[in-house]
Design a protein around this ligand. Structure first.
Ligand code: AMP
Length: 278
């Protein structure tokens, strides 16, 4: 496994003719969710590149940029064990040198759901991912369904800007009790770790209600929100979206996905699930 920490070296990499390049962008502090993306890339591609970059541009002023968990040594040993070919870890000054002034925004979808409470978040995400795609030049980019809005926005960005990279969405990896794996779960004390399960429970409850014939999106969202609030967690949003375009349907169909963001203590967690099992 080769480690690369300069743009010049990453951009100068030459790959054998015809090789399929798979890319997994991450912010590090890796868990099995990230590693499932690596496995998917290894399965499909000839070469797998992982980036580790805690992108300051996607954190708001009062968010957790400084405290975001980091453990480079552990990350590198996990990636090595998984057979990754290259790890790219630029620093912030390299990605955003003094005088940096170009930003990418996907209109309309960046200020709803997570974008409503995290102003500028998706502008930061789109900008860094476009930069990484230009630097790494992957054929396929592996992203988790956990960040469903992010993945949807980035698909549109790649298409609108005519980039030759395809996003491959991968299922959410969960803890045994259902909590979606997240680097931020480390913030949860034992009590909040229990409370955090309410997101998964609310999604499962909604799936059950759909099976029992409740199809009105607003009713399902209200019930989910009530379950979450009853545990002491605070709902940021509970919505039902159409997985294809992030529109908000009135009635559930096979494309409907419940998406949730909630604060457990100070920790903001997200999760989502299709409401009709495929
Ligand atoms: P992050 O390091 O949080 O920016 O995440 C990097 C990538 O890992 C994104 O594509 C996430 O959607 C994905 N990811 C994070 N958690 C999970 C999970 N529990 N299951 C699957 N993918 C995940």
């Amino acid at each position: 496994m080769k480690l690369i920490n300069t743009l010049a070296e990453m951009q100068a990499l030459k790959h054998p003719e015809g090789f399929k390049i798979g890319f997994v962008p991450t912010m590090g502090y890796l868990h099995e969710g990230h590693l499932s993306l690596v496995d998917a890339s290894k399965k499909d591609c000839d070469l797998t590149i992982v980036s580790i970059f805690v992108n300051p541009a996607q954190f708001g002023e009062n968010e957790d940029l400084d405290s975001y968990p980091r453990d480079m040594e552990r990350d590198l040993s996990l990636l090595k064990a998984r057979g990754v070919d290259y790890v790219f870890f630029p620093d912030a000054q390299m990605m955003y040198p003094n005088g940096y002034r170009t930003w990418v925004e996907v209109e309309g979808l960046s200020d709803i759901l997570c974008g409503a409470s995290r102003k500028g978040h998706f502008r930061g995400v789109c900008t860094v991912v476009l930069k990484l795609v230009n630097i790494v030049k992957p054929h396929f980019m592996y992203m988790g369904d956990k960040d469903y809005q992010q993945q949807s926005i980035l698909r549109i960005m790649l298409k609108d800007l005519n980039l030759d990279t395809t996003i491959v969405g991968c299922p959410i990896v969960r803890e045994q009790d259902g909590l979606a794996k997240s680097s931020r779960n480390v913030y949860l004390d034992p009590n909040n770790r229990q409370i955090a399960l309410c997101l998964y429970r609310a999604l499962i409850q909604a799936q059950k209600e759909v099976r029992s014939g409740i199809l009105v999106a607003e009713t399902l969202a209200e019930h989910a929100a009530a379950l979450i609030e009853s545990t002491g967690a605070r709902v940021d949003y509970v919505k039902i979206i159409d997985s294809r375009d992030l529109n908000f349907p009135n009635e559930v169909n096979e494309h409907s996905r419940m998406v949730i963001a909630a604060y457990v203590g100070k920790t903001r967690l997200i999760d989502n699930m299709l409401l009709v099992s495929p």
